[in-house]
Design a protein around this ligand. Sequence first.
Ligand code: GDP
Ligand code: IMO
Ligand code: MG
Length: 428
Amino acid sequence: MLDYTALSVVGCQWGDEGKGKITDFLAAQADVVVRYQGGPNAGHTVTIENETFKLHHLPCGILYQGKTCIIGNGMVLDAPILLSELANLEKRGITAENLFISDRAHLILPYHRRQDSLEEEKRGDQKIGTTLRGIGPAYQDKIARRGIRAGELRDLGRLIKRIAEVLKEKNELFQRYYGDEGITMQEIEEEYIPVACRLLPYITDTALLLANQLAKGAKVIFEGAQGAMLDIDYGTYPYVTSSGTLAGNICSGAGIPPGKVGTILGVGKAYSTRVGAGPFPTEIEGPTAELIRERGREFGTTTGRPRRIGWLDGVALRQACRLNGVQHLALTLFDVLSGVGKLQIATAYRGPDGSSIEHFPAELHILEKSTPVYREFTGWSEDISRAKSIKDLPQAALEYIRGVEETAGAHVSLLSVGPRRDQTFWRL
Ligand code: GDP
Ligand code: IMO
Ligand code: MG
């Protein structure tokens, strides 16, 4: 068991590393669980015994009774999706009396989703493959200082005026540039606003709440969304999401000072996956990729798209561990590699001029012309999904873990060998 006051769980690849599962496992000891970036583009799956939950906005702590759950100011939220998440949980006997939403979190409005689709369509064969949830446009508006924040739901008259102003601009763009019919204020007033107002009881100054909790000695988990390779600055730009996914973003996205971020736990799966377009140096196709996709159930939690599969990219993982300052690495979906045969980890890339590239390059055209340099591992055939400790793993699996550590420059402290809570064990 890891002793912590604050713990930050961050994705170290292209998302879907199992952050939800790991946060759920760790949340048993926590008092507060906080999401601080992203929105309903995230899909975090938690399996408790034989029940599976898929969360998009809600911190995984919601599945425990009595934990405080915070949707931080750094998030963008889609009220109808969030309310349907809450309603689905309620049907399954889970209530959200300890949920708090930051009054500074930005709202995804119907025009953001429309804009996301129009932008994607316009990109033609340069599509990013976004989740079409309006994430990019909502963050664009935040930075352009025309965003609408959750706290504005408190004053309807003013809110309607503000939305009408923004909508005028949006419709100009939609109609003139994209040739789209646009969205009417009536649609927003009748269909969106009454639904969004149902969030009012949850809205508060969550940074203040968090400061009070921390002062009382509460244990806090910061639950990241997406992953380091989708980070707006250090990911495979422009094939990234529109928020900062690195641990450095926790302070501004949750409203806490840097000293409170606590221990950094990175999550990386034992191979790589990516949903959507963009560079993926270790991508593989064919029977091995099919086998991994099927065994790891590698289909997007949010969009259902088949995930692209690749060998573990040690260059990307090393960058993620360095940028996040990962102190402990959780290696997930390790069971999926049983019986795959020989395994590869990319330790570097060979550049277009034959040079060895050890650090993830900023320029995509260099990456596109580079090939991975692999280190090969024997692999193992034993089923490891019932392993309870490191002693239950075959020698070849231990060698693979050492290979991951050497490449990533981080210690594998936690192993996940299946989707359930009890398929997780420490190796501190
Ligand atoms: P997240 O977005 O990082 O929370 O990850 P997702 O939930 O989108 O995707 C991870 C998937 O892998 C989910 O279906 C999990 O139930 C599943 N999963 C997590 N850890 C393990 C594991 O160790 N083994 C297996 N087989 N599945 C896992
Ligand atoms: P979790 O939290 C995997 C990807 C999309 C697309 C790119 C931009 O479950 O790990 P966006 O809709 O954010 O503008 O899309 O980012 N993407 C994810 N991929 N897991 C996620 O979240 C993702 N969230 C966004 O597929 O390539
Ligand atoms: Mg996911």
